[in-house]
Design a binder for this molecule. Sequence first.
Ligand code: ATP
Length: 298
Amino acid sequence: MITVFGSANMDLVAYVPRAPHLGETVSGTEFRTVPGGKGANQAIAAARAGAEVSFLGAVGSDAFGPALRAALDDAGVNTEGLRTVDGPSGIAHIVVEEGGGNSIIVVPGANGTVTGPSERDLELIAGSDALLLQLELPMDAVVAAAVASPAPVILTPAPVAELPDELLAAMTLLVCNEHEAAAITGLGAPDRALEALLERVPELVVTLGSKGALYGSRDGSRLWAPAVPAKAVDTTAAGDTFVGALAVARAEGHGAEYFLRFASTAAALSVQRPGASTSMPYRRDIDRALEDQPLANP
Ligand code: ATP
């Protein structure tokens, strides 16, 4: 079982010819509300990739709360540990310009009220094969969950922030993209950032978008997982799909070469479809796509 302790946001997406300046009003062409948040996205990715998944976090008492809960329930995620708190749910206000450029405002809402895990949450985490964390909850809550977790901890450090030593010490595996790796280490070259981060965490993946991913562990293993060729139409949540799928294959006991290939395949399938959680592949699709691929590091 996988437990995600993280954020749920309603994404409010407006499509415009160009984003307004301060004080200006522009007419948009389309508007969508889409359940999101890195925590919820990773939970849905892991559930679709074949795991039993529980989600711990909070939604608000507004209309978005039940909608966010329903999106997780529909994906088969256990939401017994998802609290409803008085006040607004977390939202991401996204303006997408023609040509695809975007600007985003995130208001944490209920996510910002989450403190460390409760006794019941900890019981659930103790029975899990992995605890997935991101940084869209208050840092104190994330640190408390990581430190208290008897299960292996997998962290996505997004949005990127300074990582307290306590958090790094509780880490099993860090999965970051190349921008996060550079921001945390101050090193632009992903392979150098990987070596620097391995002095602080036991296992690490640095994802490089359509180029693939680098993996390293303190026992000296280094792997390169090329991206699976895909005709990308929308790369939103490729990273969350990658992490959710990786956690599932790892929890099933597979080694790094397999879990990287499984995650890369799931992410490549997701970029071929529009949307975030809507684009995440199911286990049968991942298994089918894996059948024809040679091992990356035979
Ligand atoms: P996002 O923030 O969009 O969720 P990210 O920046 O966290 O993504 P990326 O490094 O962009 O993460 O992508 C994660 C993984 O997804 C990559 O390592 C790769 O395996 C896969 N991937 C991303 N883009 C593509 C693509 N265009 N084609 C095939 N695979 C891709």
